[in-house]
Ligand binder design. Sequence first.
Ligand code: EPU
Length: 420
Amino acid sequence: MDKIVIEGGKRLSGEVKISGAKNAALPILVSSLLADGWSTFTNVPDLRDIRTVCKILENHGATVLLDENDSSVIRINGSGLNNFEAPYDLVRQMRASILVLCPIVARLKKARISLPGGCAIGARPINLHLKGLEKLGAKIELKHGYVEASAEKLIGAEIYFDIPTVTGTENLMMAAVLAEGRTILGNAAMEPEIVALADVLNNMGADVRGAGTSEITINGVDSLQPVNSRIIPDRIETGTFITAAALTKGDITITDCEPSHISAVINKFELAGVKIKSEKNTIHVQGQDVITSVDVKTLPFPGFPTDMQAQFMVLMCAANGTSMITETIFENRFIHVSELKRLGAMIKVSGNTALITGGAQLSGAPVMATDLRASASLILAGLIAKDSTSVSRVYHLDRGYEALEKKFANLGASIKRVPE
Ligand code: EPU
């Protein structure tokens, strides 16, 4: 297993290119199961979660071709789809595997998918995915740790999500596109990844309207065609580089990104005193000597994303004053706090609120990554900590950040990956 070793104190500068978004790529690659024939996806990030979803699609009978010359191009042919079962060994590697549930029921009339279970950041139930699929006419049973779903025919219905769920909305969109009649998804998630999936489905011949608002209307069609699609930029990777520039008082130009997808994040950085200039697909960040404390509450899009909470907390550790971060999406998403404290951060957690006293001089230490975004926050902390920080268990990082340490090294960070 590798670890990332950082010598803190370098000011970052230069240009960094943002990769395709993991959380857009996952449902979009899965959507290839809905059509016979070759779909081509470009700007796919080279990540462990992407390799996992490819294995899952192959397990169901799809053919997956990776481009030998360009790892960001993946071709998938869904015409071989024949296996309705996703075993525990595959699903436990990535919770988002549950995204195959609805497409498989829509095409094979039944699915048997292992229940994903919880993860470090929370219990993460899938009850809303199941309730929605049931409303579309599927019979659902939970047996021996598996969801067993069957439906001779899916029929459009009105589904209201008690909580806006990102993968739940995506899953049900992929059932409704092939259901008979009209489906309305109320209180739907509004994330850019939902809009990206809707665009792909519409290019396949589906009729999905209202994606990006809280009500999505889907008129079912008989069949869909394969598609060519470019994955949208990763807004969380973008936010992570903004944090790095702000923390190291650096000067970074972030290219190939989509500023409108992170308006709430940019707003908080500006309140913290960071100078940000956004153009069409570029963000220029100039860190300032003084970072002002700002309170943050995580919310569904267009609010401040939970996936940026750990990174922003590191910025607040370096701010001049006290700030409060409230996590409202996941019940256990402060696991990075105890590791940040090992570096000298002054943070008190009470329930879903963290009180951060800024101004601590962080000093390097060995720390352990506990989930994807926590890993990024520890590396960010390492960039400003005195002396050496080593972050172990970086397989979490490799799930969702493409070559993060190489991108930081290109910006002037002293950072390397070493075998543990
Ligand atoms: N929820 C339920 N029941 C459900 C589904 C969700 O109670 O059936 C609750 C969850 O427990 C949570 C809230 O609803 O409290 C929102 O969860 P959501 O379903 O939106 O999360 P998700 O779809 O499982 C996606 C991202 C996460 C990101 C969240 C929130 C993907 C593959 N994953 O997860 O990304 O944090 O939305 O924005 O899109 C990450 O990339 O590090 C990551 C964890």
